[in-house]
Design a binder for this molecule. Sequence first.
Ligand SMILES: [Mn+2]
Length: 331
Amino acid sequence: MPNLKEAAALLARATDVTLLGHVRPDADALGSALALGRALRLRGAEVRVSVGEPEEMPETLRSLDVGGLYVPASELPESEGLLVALDTPTPGRLGKLAPRVDAVRAAGRDVLVIDHHASNVFYGTHHVVDDTAEATAVLVFALLEELGTEIDEPIARCLYAGLVTDTSGFRRARPSTHQMAAKLLEAGVDPDKVVREIVDDHPFAWLPMLSDVLVGARLEPDEARGFGLAHAVVTLDAARSVRAEEVEAVVDVVRSVREAGVAVVLKEAAPIGPRRRWTVSLRSAGGVDVSAAAGELGGGGHRQAAGCTAEGTADEVLGKIREALSRAPLL
Ligand SMILES: [Mn+2]
């Protein structure tokens, strides 16, 4: 693995560390940051974890922050020491915290980038970037082993959260994935509790919301290079009674459709201009590279799970996605 020793030495020397995940963080981004943050705190470093948005940590991930390391972006002090960016392929994905990267580098201090996105642009001074890793949590685990850190239950829980979600519940897993999971369970992780809290737990209001949204779902069997496209649209109105977590979970229902190799969910974002804005989730069952399609629209991600933002009516955005998918490489 590239630069693991050098990165571990950098972390071992650090006395003040700011760890950042990407905007609207998932369990891998926040879990990885909180796991590494806790390990460094236990070594005596001053540590804080943050993301560009939202201000508050997503409700489903709060149980991961046992040590209270999370600081809202608006309250994050100017960094005095090492900056670590996790699960974040470009500075832009840090949102309003992106300028910190240049500021820290301009001050002659180090920026360590830990990531598993193929689209990573290597914007740090040090990099642990491996696009064959199933999750950023895998790379953090390797770093902690290199550091000789004892993996306690809160650290293990954070890493397990990233591992189980980024592999879609171990659907994309190698023997080494399960070997890592075994070590995390030995450290005391309750796998049922973690998955229930982070993946399965939804308020009842999710059911009528799903009903609203799925009645408009469509199957287009000839699209996505013949693998089939299933799509659904979540308007602000449909989402008004639920959290972002419930909106994000819609794509997991849509991607279960047998006749569609690609699932797409359009999620309406709060308006900032006259045109409607959407964030788009794309999932592939393994036939088509959806990160290429998302990339054409200015987004990115992984070959089987990607996202982008777009403006226009839902039909206009779906049209652009159909076109991008018709050009997407086969896997
Ligand atoms: Mn990840």
